[in-house]
Design a protein around this ligand. Structure first.
Ligand SMILES: Nc1ncnc2c1ncn2[C@@H]1O[C@H](COP(=O)(O)OP(=O)(O)OP(=O)(O)O)[C@@H](O)[C@H]1O
Ligand SMILES: [Mg+2]
Length: 188
């Protein structure tokens, strides 16, 4: 995906063509509240998030840092439930918009991004063992590293299949890019 000026404007203004203004307001309200629940269990945080957000969509997944809703149009929205979740959304936006084309095909496509939320393509969440094996994950790890990206937290729960049954990473919120930048060149 290459971003045109309109996309950039939308990212900066926190506007969405998928979510309504009220839904975005509701996300912002949750983000302003979530800090008070930082010492609660994940289960409690998810419950609080759901009750505060009051979105009309079904939850299709959650992790330690984000709650994921099915937008019923082929896309999902991930909403932060912790500061690390906020950071993960920012990292995914950054990685997706800056990574080389050759490895973009291994990342779940990102559609929109704003404060506390990120919209991605909906993937088939559960990867059957016969299709993806550990060796494929290792191959994928090597591929990312060869393009200067450190794929931290690349594991089964964070990969899924596209409609074409291609393996793709749905959670790249802990990836680190720029390994091929001068900052990481220790020996010259
Ligand atoms: N694009 C997607 N399509 C379908 N399901 C998804 C998608 N993205 C995430 N999910 C589901 O939601 C779950 C949580 O998403 P994700 O792993 O991004 O959250 P997280 O809180 O960042 O995770 P972690 O606990 O690893 O930090 C995933 O394990 C997956 O089941
Ligand atoms: Mg995850």
């Amino acid at each position: 995906m290459s971003l045109d000026n309109k996309d950039v404007e939308r990212f900066q203004s926190d506007k969405s063509v998928i979510l309504s203004d009220d839904e975005i307001k509701s996300i912002h309200f949750w983000i302003s509240q979530m800090r008070q629940y930082r010492f609660r269990s994940i289960k409690e945080k998810i419950k609080k998030a759901k009750n505060t957000l009051k979105l009309k969509y079904n939850v299709i997944g959650s992790g330690v840092n984000r709650i994921v809703y099915d937008l019923n149009n082929g896309y999902i929205v991930k909403i932060a439930i912790s500061n690390l979740g906020l950071k993960s959304n920012e990292t995914e936006f950054d990685i997706y918009t800056h990574c080389p084309q050759e490895i973009k095909r291994y990342l779940c496509p990102m559609k929109e991004f704003g404060h506390g939320w990120i919209i991605m393509k909906k993937m088939k969440a559960k990867v059957p063992w016969q299709i993806i094996e550990i060796t494929k994950l290792v191959d994928l790890q090597v591929k990312f590293v060869s393009y200067g990206i450190l794929p931290l937290d690349l594991r089964m729960a964070n990969v899924a299949l596209s409609d074409e049954n291609e393996i793709a990473v749905v959670d790249y919120g802990h990836f680190i890019r720029g390994l091929n930048s001068p900052h990481f060149r220790w020996f010259d």
